[in-house]
Design a protein around this ligand. Structure first.
Ligand SMILES: Nc1nc2c(ncn2[C@@H]2O[C@H](COP(=O)(O)OP(=O)(O)OP(=O)(O)O)[C@@H](O)[C@H]2O)c(=O)[nH]1
Ligand SMILES: [Mg+2]
Length: 183
């Protein structure tokens, strides 16, 4: 935590279970294939990684949770790191919670939103890997997540490219709101 960026630019965090596609999404957003390390093996991202975008704000790639194959103590350490950052990170403007279109929302996912709502910071959901199911299933998932979590949900796929422009718009809104409210 002592190594977080010290400047006042807003930070937008990407959270979600391991392998949900956080690093892939970050690379799509900035248009660079290999900036954040992507892996088909869950547990690739193990620290908080800050990416300065357009000299304007940071995208923060968080370690994934819910990955059974790392040791219990390591999972505990990552959980603590994420909790400390989400509950006390000074320039955090909001959270993007990634959810796999084929999976149910977990208690860990809810925990992320809970930590954030304690500070009344905004969150939105991105439904990843929408190329893996049909359109009807995508729509059903978006509606179910919006109902259950009461935050906006954006369908996304790194294969078809959908969702990027809408997410860029939402992230810009997040940052704009922070600057207005908190100077
Ligand atoms: N089909 C499909 N595969 C995807 C999509 N997004 C990510 N993937 C794949 O999912 C796997 C995991 O992606 P990552 O971006 O490394 O996932 P992560 O959430 O950063 O994982 P951790 O760092 O372990 O927490 C990789 O094999 C990606 O290629 C998508 O929209 N569609
Ligand atoms: Mg990652």
């Amino acid at each position: 935590m002592s190594q977080l960026p010290k400047d006042t630019r807003p930070q937008v965090a990407l959270a979600g279970r391991s392998n949900v596609g956080k690093s892939t999404l970050l690379n799509r957003l900035v248009g660079q294939k290999n900036l954040a390390k992507v892996s088909s093996t869950p547990g690739k991202t193990r620290s908080l990684n800050f990416f300065l975008v357009n000299d304007k704000f940071y995208l923060v790639d968080l370690p994934g949770y819910g990955f059974a194959k790392v040791s219990k103590s390591m999972r505990h350490d990552w959980g603590k790191l994420i909790e400390t950052y989400l509950t006390t990170g000074h320039r955090l403007a909001g959270l993007v919670l990634l959810l796999d279109v084929r999976r149910e929302v977990t208690d860990d996912d809810l925990q992320m939103l809970e930590w954030l709502s304690q500070r009344e910071l905004p969150a939105l959901a991105v439904i990843t890997k929408c190329d893996k199911v049909n359109r009807t299933q995508v729509t059903a998932k978006v509606n179910a997540v919006e109902r259950e979590l009461m935050i906006p949900a954006i369908p996304s796929s790194s294969v078809t490219g959908i969702g990027k422009d809408e997410l860029v718009g939402s992230i810009n809104d997040l940052i704009a709101t922070t600057s207005t409210v908190k100077g």
